[in-house]
Write a protein that binds this ligand. Sequence first.
Ligand SMILES: Cc1cc2nc3c(=O)[nH]c(=O)nc-3n(C[C@H](O)[C@H](O)[C@H](O)COP(=O)(O)OP(=O)(O)OC[C@H]3O[C@@H](n4cnc5c(N)ncnc54)[C@H](O)[C@@H]3O)c2cc1C
Length: 467
Amino acid sequence: MLAERGDYATATSSASSKLIHGGLRYLESYEFGLVRHSLVERHQLSRTAPHLVRPLEFMIPVTAHQRRPAWLVYLGLKLYDALAWRKNIGPSGRLSAARIAKLPLLRKHGLKSVLHYYDCQTDDSRLVLALLLDARQRGADIGNYRDVSSIAGLKDGYRVAFSENGARRTVDALFVVNAAGPWVNSVNRLCDAPPPERAMRLVRGSHIVLAMPLSGQQSAYTLQNSDGRVVFTLPWLNNRYLVIGTTDAPHHGDASTAVCSDEERDYLLEIYNRYFEHPGGPADASQVISNWSGVRALVDDGDDNPSKVSRSASYSHRAQGTGGFISVYGGKLTTHRILAEHVMTQLARLGAQIAPDWTRDAPLFGGRFNREELLDLAAAGPDTLTEVTRRRWVFTYGDQTEQLYSAIEANPSLLREIAPGISEAELIHARTMEDARSADDFLNRRTKLFIELTPAQHKKIAGWFGN
Ligand SMILES: Cc1cc2nc3c(=O)[nH]c(=O)nc-3n(C[C@H](O)[C@H](O)[C@H](O)COP(=O)(O)OP(=O)(O)OC[C@H]3O[C@@H](n4cnc5c(N)ncnc54)[C@H](O)[C@@H]3O)c2cc1C
């Protein structure tokens, strides 16, 4: 069973850069194993969740005054290609002068070269949901809004207490896996027989969102800053928005207090304006339409520079009679499946009966169709839905879009729109199939429609959910 105290993916897992990537910059800290595993997982995820993982071309502008010269970045990209080996999306390279000249808005003054490579973009909260719904389909008891309040050691295993719908429940479990991200040590402290605690450091990463300055822009950029960090600019939501991130700031206090500070916003705007012309003058704070901030929970290895702390996951465990407890520290969205396999291996060492690994090629929930088949499904949908909605649905719900089409066919009154582009059919699906309980759950994590709606339309959705 799974207990999540908020909504699924309510914390770090909806505040990421939304990339399924090898992590080009980890080559600099010689984390070749992490990069190789991540690149293999990137390939697997683009096959097992094609509705949620799409390839994206990244440009790396290189100017005369950067710490990393063009030849070094080029070598890094070739190593990245080699580590992906047969699982590569496409070869990296150097753009021709003709192609550079056509890159819209990129400042050409002082530009020595533009390199390019491929990674993938995802919808982080839906990726988490796809995993959970898959587990539910296979018999797991998955629940959001279940707040774990105590974990008591028994002779064998643990008694876990949690609240659900205002009631207190307990469950006896031989094995407990603490995957509470930045709260891993707080959850350890709910237990009277926890595994050894590891020192952690919390590193905040923020993103800001602008309207896409020029329509039709499709490329992402990896920008090198003078402090040695890299910042991404990412086209988002059908290229209508531009995400700029991320920062690496030490975070003090509870992870739930993470917000994008004015300094972080200005840092991101500064690097963006240094590389790009913005129609009507440099982008400023008034043009930031949204932002988010998440906290990386990294094992403290004593490095002063937060960007350099390893992104690899690590574990702590303890046997409890014939049962046991495992705490997970760190990790990445991209490598979640490998992380889960490590946890299973450790559970087996603690005595759990574990079936052989099977997840590598198994489609995630909604992931039975490839991207071409998804486009066909969008085209074949009822013409009572707009093309925009049909396309949004297939790249949100994947093969489950068929269920939505059937619901509408059986009961056309479900086409009633509660807000522009949001039919009652979709809200019912979110509530009954995906456990959404509020407008926030639906608009921020089941979809990203929060960014499209006015406060009045947001209220209408809240009204529908009864909150
Ligand atoms: C800024 C930033 C950018 C990133 N970008 C990327 C990226 O592009 N690609 C990538 O692969 N990775 C990225 N990562 C890493 C990735 O986002 C994280 O590794 C991943 O989301 C961590 O997931 P998690 O489940 O461990 O933590 P979380 O998503 O934080 O989940 C922990 C959950 O535990 C719950 N919880 C806490 N206490 C309790 C309790 N008592 N009872 C029940 N539940 C409880 C919380 O509510 C929370 O939802 C990024 C991370 C950050 C911070």
